[in-house]
Structure formats: C-alpha cells, structure tokens
Design a protein around this ligand. Structure first.
Ligand SMILES: [Zn+2]
Length: 319
C-alpha cells in the first residue's frame, strides 16, 4: 500500500495534464464509510486523507449507493459494508470536466464490489462522433498470421493516420496507389486491389432483406442475391475454385487470378504506376498468364514440378 502511494505521488508531482485515478483503494476516508463489524480506525482514515492530499488529488464524490463493497457474511448473519472504490482526480481534470461525475452501479453476480461509472459529462447519453478511420486495424486479417507480423512492422505514414477510406480513392473511383505503394507491403496491396473502392460510380450501399427456402436468413442466399445470380447461371469456374482441395489462402490467390486482380506490372501500368514489362525476363508484358505460365522463369519452375510441361502444349486452363 505504501509503495502504491509513493508511486502515485511520483506520478502526481510530474503530471501536467488532466489526471484521474480510480478503483479499489482498500481504504476509507471517514468512519461513516463503513457499516458493520468493528468501528473503523480513525487513525487509518486520516492516514488515507493525508495520502490523497499529498498527491493533490480530489475525491470526486459519488452518486448512488453509499457503499461499494460488501464483506462475507460472518456470525449472526451480518456483513461489513464499505466504500472502498472511488475516483480521485487532479485539479486540471476537475476544471476540464466540471460536469464529470461518478456513479455507483448495481452489483454484478460475481463480485463483492459494485462497478463505478465515471463520466466526464453530465449527459447520460454520450455519443462519440461516428468516424470511419483508416488504421492498421483495417488491414488486419486474422486468417494470415504472417501478414499480421508484416503489419506490425509497417510504418503507416503520419499524414495517413486518421485518413478515411474514401481519402484513398482518386477522382475516377480507383484506389490512389500513389498514396499506398511506397510503404505498403505488396501482399496487402494485392488484397486492397481485390476490393472495389467506395465511390458513387461503383454503386451505393443497399439494405437488403433476404430469406432462404423457409424464410430464414442464410449467408449463401444473401451472397447469391448480392452477386445477382442463382445457382443455375453461376460460372462453373467458381465451383472449381472453391472446391479445390487446397488451403484457403491458395483458393483466395486463385480467386485473385481469376479476376485479374494480381498487382502485376501490367495492372500497375494501367494505373500509371510502372512499366508493364516483366522485370524477370525483361521481354514481355507482365500479365497474370505471363507470371504464372509464359515467363521463361515460370516455365522452368513448372518443368521441374511437372516434367511433361515443356513437352506438350499444357496451359493454365483455369485462367
Ligand atoms: Zn517474364
């Protein structure tokens, strides 16, 4: 306890900003903050008050029930009740939030302490402004741990902190690659390239009500409705992609290939970002089919895995 207060005093003496500390201090300020059991020690109460004062902290007071903690039932069926939980703030906090208050809430089943609510404003309905921010969390995809580790090492440029998704779209409704390509790992650029950017030319969000055969909600029906097709006219390639006996990651990759969403030099060139020539063979345009099949480097690779690749006119039938 002594160490805690020494530490709090240390923080307090160096604290220039609004500061509030709250929780179970395991002490009471006055004897009347305890009911039941032996009478509270006056000396202990004054020690607590001294410590609070030494830290230049102000007790924020409380609304609601007087006691925040109840002790176990002891002989005679009585309990001890005390106000152990409180919020203390410095002057700056009090001046910054003159309407701030502390409310003791209803006790929850699993604890002998009542929760306390600290609000900087008097209004019981405090709404944060709704903002859609571009942050690293936006890029998180828990499917791929390795991407996660990449993201942890990515430094998002300062001027993009707080940027909204629509700030990353150019006047033509395309992703503004100039803002992303210098710092974002390729894999993530690929993922973003596969997402249709938010733009009025790309359609508006719509709310749809969709029911399955028996009127219940189903993700499959919703998806079909959104994609605008039913089972009979679905491209059979889709079924082949999603039924491939490979990992989800490979399926996603094939999906990107099918939609020509790999960030090849050919695609980058269409965005005005680079030359379309393959940097490995230096001769041809780097398209999807070039990367996967036609590039001499890819050709060599496939020949090692599928020896008959070079002998017959085997091509990537999927694409
Ligand atoms: Zn090539």
């Amino acid at each position: 306890m002594r160490l805690m207060w020494e530490e709090l005093c240390g923080i307090s003496n160096n604290m220039l900003k609004a500061w509030l500390v709250a929780g179970d201090f395991n002490d009471i300020v006055y004897a009347k903050e305890k009911r039941g059991g032996v009478i509270a020690s006056i000396r202990r109460c004054s020690k607590f008050r001294e410590r609070v004062n030494a830290c230049n902290l102000i007790d924020m007071g409380v609304m609601g029930p007087k006691f925040t903690w109840r002790g176990p039932i002891y002989h005679g069926g009585q309990r001890i009740y005390e106000r152990l939980d409180r919020a203390l703030c410095n002057e700056k906090w009090r001046l910054s939030y003159p309407d701030g208050f502390v409310k003791v809430l209803t006790r929850v089943e699993f604890s002998d302490h009542r929760p306390i609510l600290i609000s900087p404003k008097e209004s019981p309905y405090i709404k944060a402004p709704i903002q859609f921010k571009f942050e690293s969390a936006w890029l998180l995809d828990d499917t791929y741990k390795e991407e996660l580790s990449i993201i942890q090492h990515v430094d998002i440029p300062n001027d993009l902190y707080g940027a909204r998704v629509c700030d990353l779209v150019d006047a033509h409704g395309n992703w503004n690659w100039a803002l992303l390509q210098n710092w974002m790992p390729n894999q993530l650029q690929h993922k973003i390239a596969a997402v249709v950017p938010p733009h009025s030319d790309n359609g508006r969000d719509e709310q749809l009500g969709v029911g399955g055969k028996f009127g219940e909600f189903s993700v499959a029906t919703m998806y079909n409705k959104l994609r605008g097709f039913n089972k009979t006219d679905a491209d059979p390639v889709w079924n082949r992609i999603w039924k491939l006996g490979v990992t989800e990651r490979v399926r996603s990759f094939v999906w990107l290939v099918k939609w020509d969403r790999l960030l090849t030099n050919s695609v980058k060139n269409r965005m005005g970002l680079s030359s379309s020539v393959c940097q490995y063979c230096g001769g041809q345009e780097e398209t999807c089919i070039h990367v996967l099949c036609d590039c001499p480097l890819a050709h060599e690779f496939w020949k090692q895995i599928v020896p008959e690749f070079g002998e017959t006119e085997t091509r990537c039938s999927m694409v």
